[in-house]
Design a protein around this ligand. Structure first.
Ligand code: ATP
Ligand code: MN
Length: 463
């Protein structure tokens, strides 16, 4: 294959006067019987390269097949562009058609499509401006996450995807089994006999890498995980997926204050990285979907987050005089409407809430002396609500064991977790950032199904 120049490189360098080869997909073709203009996109950036074709120089039959969606190789001379908004264009000297796209059936014609329709053609939607932008930003954020942690002395720990610990309590789990569903082996009591299953016990897809992450942190001091996470919660909302990606740093010798400092610094770093490296894509999304996107990103990157306790937040919500869909009082979990009220209407800034009632939080969170609350912290963002959930962990063996017993967590299956509190236990903390929630915020998209290439939600596992 002839060496290909990426369209982003051509446009960025702005140099002209040389020959180059580009390959990509036709976005539009227009012109007259003498000259045709092809807008070619290769996914390297949001911009198309304008190809100018002198019709007389090419086979008419081939040119006829150059329609929206067709794939091409073009050789040509790079020349300064007389048009606005692009540095260079290409004067075609050679054209090879890789594949046609029949205008009668190719679904991505020029007209604007709804995001709902594009979900039904997820195999083709990466070729739209919107999904090109989202997928490039998704890549940039993944890269920035690794860069941030690597630059700050964290180690990337790979935690298992198949797990036998169902103790996290974060949500419903997907079962992993090789048993014959029609005829599963049963024990005397008539229950399914998982000792005959592949792993000799019940296993599920992980809901969080945290417990194993703690094992890593209690040896390497600072680790992070970044992998797929699965929750079979039947919540059809614009903020929940059944399969999503989570980033979970876990740090030894950290208390909850350190944990909040890290969360705030990390989020601001990622947002600044997007502003610096994804300018064209953000500008497009700002124009198309959310006129306040870039302004909001700056607002979050440049202002200190508000920190207050859950108890203080409840007082604000109760005094607000708002009638929420879910009435709120001390002891209840905040719904996204409450979180968004605090952020969008009360403080106008991201908020970190701490010290939640222990009864609505997981067993491993460090217990406060009041006997009622735990050292949890949630970061709440405009438009999103909860973007991060974290805590200082209970490092005291006796307190942890007592809490597990109170909450009916099977301690036998968690012996390895408990042992870390027996052997060289230390204060430690961590948090989980939902990657797609971050992307919702950074891209300004409204539905989490539109920030992951192939979303998995209840009743949908297409593509
Ligand atoms: P929520 O209350 O919003 O459902 P959660 O409290 O169940 O979230 P955690 O268990 O704290 O979530 O998970 C850590 C982070 O993972 C959340 O802060 C959020 O960013 C993200 N997250 C949780 N569940 C989902 C989901 N179903 N789809 C996408 N991201 C999720
Ligand atoms: Mn949470």
């Amino acid at each position: 294959m002839m060496k290909r120049t990426r369209i982003s490189d051509l446009l960025e360098s702005g140099q002209s006067g040389h020959e180059a080869t580009v390959m990509g997909w036709v976005r539009t073709k227009r012109g007259n019987k003498n000259v045709a203009f092809i807008a070619l996109n290769d996914g390297s950036c949001i911009s198309n390269l304008q190809i100018v074709v002198n019709v007389a120089d090419f086979d008419e039959e081939v040119l006829k097949k150059v329609t929206t969606g067709a794939s091409l190789r073009i050789n040509g001379l790079v020349v300064p562009s007389p048009g606005q908004g692009q540095s260079v264009e290409m004067q075609a000297t050679g054209l090879e058609l890789f594949g046609v796209a029949d205008p009668e059936s190719y679904p991505l014609q020029k007209k604007g499509h709804t995001l709902e329709f594009l979900r039904s053609i997820a195999h083709l939607r990466p070729r739209t401006n919107t999904f090109g932008a989202v997928l490039r930003i998704r890549h940039a954020m993944a890269f920035a996450i690794h860069k941030y942690f690597n630059d700050n002395g964290f180690f990337y720990l790979h935690t298992p995807i198949i797990t036998a610990s169902d103790a996290e309590g974060a949500g419903e789990m997907f079962r992993v089994t090789t048993l014959d569903m029609k005829n599963p082996p049963c024990n005397e009591k008539g229950d399914i006999d998982y000792s005959q299953d592949f792993f000799g016990r019940e296993t599920n897809l992980t809901v969080s890498g945290q417990l194993e992450g703690e094992l890593g942190a209690l040896a390497l001091s600072q680790i992070y995980t970044f992998g797929p996470t699965f929750r079979a919660e039947n919540s059809n909302t614009p903020r929940h997926l059944a399969e999503f990606w989570m980033i979970e740093p876990e740090m030894a010798f950290y208390d909850i204050e350190d944990d909040m400092d890290l969360a705030e610094d990390f989020l601001k770093y990622l947002i600044r990285y997007a502003l610096q490296h994804c300018g064209d894509d953000l500008k497009f999304l700002n124009e198309m979907y959310d006129k306040e996107l870039i302004e909001r990103l700056h607002l979050v990157a440049d202002n200190a987050f508000i920190r207050l306790t859950y108890t203080e937040a409840i007082k604000i919500l109760e005094a607000s005089g708002k009638s929420f869909e879910f009435p709120i009082s001390w002891g209840k979990d905040l719904q996204s409407e409450h979180e968004r009220y605090l952020v969008e209407q009360h403080f106008h800034k991201p908020v970190i809430l701490t010290d939640y009632p222990r009864d609505i939080k997981a067993f491993y969170m460090k217990q406060n002396d009041d006997g009622k609350t735990v050292r949890a912290m949630d970061v709440l963002f405009p438009r999103i609500g909860e973007i991060i959930g974290g805590s200082q962990r209970e490092e005291d063996y006796d307190k942890l064991l007592r809490r597990m017993q109170e909450m009916n967590i099977p301690e036998e299956s968690m012996w390895w977790y408990l042992e870390t509190r027996k052997f060289g236990t230390v204060p430690h903390a961590g948090f989980g950032l939902g990657f797609e929630r971050l992307l919702l915020f950074v891209t300004g998209m409204g539905n989490i199904r539109d920030v992951i290439p192939f979303p998995r939600t209840p009743q949908n596992a297409d593509f």
